[in-house]
Design a protein. Structure first.
Length: 230
């Protein structure tokens, strides 16, 4: 197996990496992310390229970036991803892993788009319906993250930038999934057992754009350099 992991910068991707490293040691050979070229940030999550580069370095894996224009139609997205997938197959990748938990339509979309490409989809966290238990497992396991994006229709803007921890889980309103699986929020990982060292991040400006609230998570190299690797 040569596995490419879909990497959003968030906790589910990171925990997928953790599980894959235990289940298939050495099989994960790269991280895949889509980058909004207009802002040089991860699509959807709005995380800076510098942060994702730091995550990949801490994971000890090469980062493969698919650049997306902004705005980007679904047809254009699928065209760019199809070309990227063909390249990954030529490079010897056999599987691509996703951090989906329980949304059947999302999983089926990925299966359908990968059919016949030469890449087999993997879902290390699939059928996690007790997402509170999964969130507790992540936190107890040493994962540290911040909320990078919040949907203000279901979660107050003040949650943007907050640490993903027990206090946050206790404060989530009823109906908000503890892992944000329905898009209530997206996270950015700063530490965990899948990383060789923590990534120092400061919460910068919080802005509203395209109907979502984004916390600008800024890497702090001086503090990162002072943190010894594990």
């Amino acid at each position: 197996m040569k596995v490419l992991l879909s990497w959003s910068s968030g906790k589910d991707a990171a925990w997928s990496l953790h599980r894959l490293q235990r289940q298939h040691p050495g099989a994960v050979a790269g991280l895949l992310t889509t980058m909004n070229t207009a802002f040089d940030r991860v699509a959807m999550h709005g995380v800076r390229r510098a942060v994702v580069d730091a995550q990949a370095a801490a994971a000890g894996l090469p980062l493969h970036v698919v650049p997306l224009p902004w705005p980007c139609s679904n047809a254009e997205y699928e065209r760019l991803m199809a070309a990227a997938v063909a390249g990954f197959v030529r490079d010897g990748f056999t599987h691509v892993a996703f951090g989906d938990l329980f949304l059947d339509d999302v999983r089926q979309y990925r299966i359908d788009r990968l059919a016949g490409t030469g890449l087999t989809p993997l879902f290390p966290l699939w059928r996690t319906t007790d997402t509170r238990a999964l969130a507790d497992e992540m936190i107890a396991g040493g994962l540290r993250a911040h909320l990078a994006t919040v949907d203000p229709r279901v979660l107050d803007a003040s949650f943007a930038g907050r640490a993903f921890d027990a206090a946050l889980l206790a404060d989530l309103p009823p109906g908000v999934d503890p892992c944000g699986e329905r898009g209530e929020f997206h996270t950015c990982v700063a530490d965990g057992p899948m990383l060789s060292h923590p990534i120092a991040l400061d919460v910068g400006e919080v802005v509203t754009r395209d109907g979502f609230v984004f916390a600008d998570l800024v890497p702090t190299p001086a503090r990162a350099a002072a943190t010894p690797p594990r």
